[in-house]
Design a protein. Structure first.
Length: 92
């Protein structure tokens, strides 16, 4: 990072990744503290950042569907109902 002159500042970024799924409690609080010899203002040596972590979505639930044979049976039943509703042969 090199030497800092009086009144100078530098930004240091740290990128992290949480375990998936994150099971910790509450928000994450990151705190950085710096102490340097000859520092005349120790009140500005600490900084914190709070990050709220959203809970993971509910588990994915499967949607029940019909099996292949149930679909065939349903198709036959619908076809039978359609034939029953159709008009019969016309008489002269």
């Amino acid at each position: 990072m090199g030497e800092l002159l009086a009144g100078a500042s530098r930004t240091l970024r740290v990128k992290t990744r949480l375990a998936q799924p994150y099971t910790g409690n509450g928000p994450l609080v990151n705190t950085a503290t710096l102490d340097a010899p000859g520092d005349t203002d120790p009140t500005n040596n600490t900084s914190s950042k709070t990050t709220t972590v959203q809970p993971p979505p509910d588990a994915i639930t499967s949607v029940p569907t019909l099996s292949q044979w149930a679909l065939i049976l349903l198709s036959c039943l619908l076809g039978g109902l359609a034939l029953r509703q159709s008009p019969g042969p016309r008489r002269r």
